[in-house]
Design a protein around this ligand. Structure first.
Ligand code: SF4
Length: 308
């Protein structure tokens, strides 16, 4: 059972992780990647639809790896999404599907085409790249290069022009030199992600990365973190301006702390908890509904709008 006002729900489609990023303890703690059998996912999905959930968010350590561990099965994230999106189409309902945490090396053409094809799948890709310098990526054991990232992002944007891209980055990885950090800044400025989170490297002696030379001190990590976030704040502000004047579907949530309060909500381009909000004036706007909203102003992270 979901509380009456809950209109967003998460479905975990896999447990564990079989990748071996050198800075991460999760595979040791949670074991290898194990896809949840599709029958369970469909069951949870139908349960959400019956409860009138308006946004269903698929999560895993790497959602794009879904199905790779299932022997004698051709199941993939793309095929799973097709089943879910067609279920929504058959019911003619407005529920939307969002996918979080897709590692870039597993985002393939079929997945891009599926996101493009179904209106119920948010045109939103959350792709943790961690870094953009090839040497750092190699030491992190992330199996792609900066060139691969450029190609992938170009492909996603040319296929889905309105796509919102989110990434997360790790700063202060052992051995990260100033020029390598600047390479990351240049990449971020070049790509112009819509949303970006930054994490500072956190050391532990049971991590493979612990044994890499030249650890970055905490003050330097903090300075790099701050520099990246300052850079992203300007990018985010510029990216958000394209929504001004557009009419976007907004799923309404709680009231804000403003006086008078505004109704908070999210477009398909805003994930809960991690991205900005769309704020709507007017006390008659109800919670848990999808309204067409004209965006009137874009701030660094939030949008302001009015109901049409
Ligand atoms: S960072 Fe993510 S993909 Fe890498 S090992 Fe950890 S959980 Fe797996």
């Amino acid at each position: 059972m979901f509380p009456k006002d809950q209109k967003t729900a998460y479905i975990r489609i896999a447990e564990g992780c079989s990748l071996h990023c050198t800075y991460c303890i999760i595979p040791k703690l949670r074991g290898p990647y194990q896809s949840v059998p599709i029958e369970y996912i469909l069951n949870d999905f139908n349960h959400c639809l019956n409860a009138d959930i308006k946004e269903i968010i698929l999560v895993a350590q790497d959602t794009a790896s879904y199905g790779k561990d299932l022997q004698h099965s051709n199941m993939t994230l793309s095929r799973l999404l097709i089943q879910l999106a067609e279920k929504i189409e058959s019911l003619n309902c407005k529920t939307r599907i969002r996918i979080l945490y897709m590692n870039p090396q597993h985002i393939n053409d079929a997945l891009i085409q599926t996101i493009k094809r179904y209106p119920s799948i948010c045109p939103y890709v959350d792709m943790p790249i961690q870094h953009a310098c090839d040497d750092v990526l190699k030491k992190m054991n992330r199996p792609y290069t900066k060139t691969d990232l450029y190609r992938l992002i170009e492909k996603m944007r040319s296929n889905i022009p309105n796509i919102a891209l989110r990434t997360s980055l790790l700063v202060g990885f052992p051995g990260e030199k100033e020029n390598q950090f600047q390479e990351l800044i240049d990449f971020v400025q070049d790509i112009q992600f819509d949303h970006l989170g930054v994490f500072d490297y956190s050391d532990s002696d049971d991590l493979a990365s612990h044994h890499i030379k030249d650890h970055v001190d905490d003050m330097e990590k903090e300075a790099r973190h701050h520099e990246l976030m300052t850079c992203q704040a300007d990018i985010s502000y510029q990216r958000q301006q394209r929504y001004v004047g557009q009419v976007l579907d907004v799923l309404t949530e709680e009231l804000s702390d403003d006086d008078p309060p505004l109704r908070e909500g999210r477009t398909v381009f805003q994930a809960p908890e991690i991205d900005g909000l769309t704020l709507i004036a007017g006390h008659k706007v109800e919670q848990g509904k999808i309204y067409p909203v004209r965006i009137t102003q874009a701030m660094h992270y939030d949008l302001l709008g009015e109901i049409m």
